[in-house]
Design a protein around this ligand. Sequence first.
Ligand SMILES: Cc1cc2nc3c(=O)[nH]c(=O)nc-3n(C[C@H](O)[C@H](O)[C@H](O)COP(=O)(O)O)c2cc1C
Length: 338
Amino acid sequence: MSIQKRKKEHVELTLNRDVFYDKKTGFELYDFVHNALPEVNLEDVDLKCSFLGREFSFPLFISSMTGGYSDAGAVNAEIATFCERRNLPFGVGSQRVMLENPDEEKSFSIVREKAPNAFIAANIGGAQLIGGLSKKSIHTLINSIAADAVIVHLNPLQELMQPEGDTRFGGIKEGIMKLRDSCECPIIVKETGAGISFKTASELLEIGVDVIDVAGAGGTSWAKVENLREQSKLPMHQFDDWGIPTAICIKEIVNLKDHYDFELVASGGIRTSFDLVKSLALGADFAATAQPVIKAIFEPDSSPDQLLDLWMNECRIILTLLGCISFNDLNESHLRRV
Ligand SMILES: Cc1cc2nc3c(=O)[nH]c(=O)nc-3n(C[C@H](O)[C@H](O)[C@H](O)COP(=O)(O)O)c2cc1C
């Protein structure tokens, strides 16, 4: 099956089927500590937040999703227009397809046309870095969208569930190091839903990665997506729930802040404003979400703007009820284990 067809199938499955972990994110284990004497006025709450030296209207990164087939250009254009208008950062989906087939570049480059000022991250799989990505490919990845950062996605679980997936993972770390050395922009490393452990994060930080996006378990299960594909002759559903819950990834990796200078993104199952605020209270610098945004684009009577307005209004209320004037005031004392 061509990469283009697979990408299309991925979007369709995440929109139309139950592709979610049974396992929860771990945010449900926490409740907010209500402050009956907040001493904060709702209208004074400031939702702005910075990431990689830039200020954004709200701490929400729109995670990498698509690109590389005809309809994907329209989805990317919509995400880009939304992020430009609302001042949110976003990432394009894996650009492997356009490295292999330059005709597919348009579905990616459209994002810079629609979002001349937005923060946009390029995206490539760790497996494509084995042996080192050529200077020409790095140049194409970045220049096609005038990228502000490069995301490397790690997805061994997904690849192993994919009938046509990669099975060789030796040399990815060295590939990331080479990318780091030949690339001016920050390097973000993310999973795609199975999470990043303390040990993996330590190894990534040791080789100079700037941002860890945990993309933990509790949201979209890419094992489930792959097992639901028509191609999947022998689905291995036992792996559908494999992964480290997002809140656990955050709790563990935040301890590395004492030793390394990096930013931590919470993603994987961020589905409500409550999840977002809890992730920041646990120590994440920013949150990110994928599936709810693509759903908001495709479902009738919904839009990414509606979703964002709801989350922003709710966050203003949550911060007021916690006695916080901004996200910077949040810490673990605002949560209690239930
Ligand atoms: C339709 C779709 C396509 C995706 N494609 C990519 C991709 O190309 N590269 C990538 O790094 N992650 C990709 N992801 C994974 C997301 O960026 C995210 O890490 C994962 O879905 C978990 O977040 P969620 O629970 O908010 O969906 C995709 C997600 C969706 C929903």
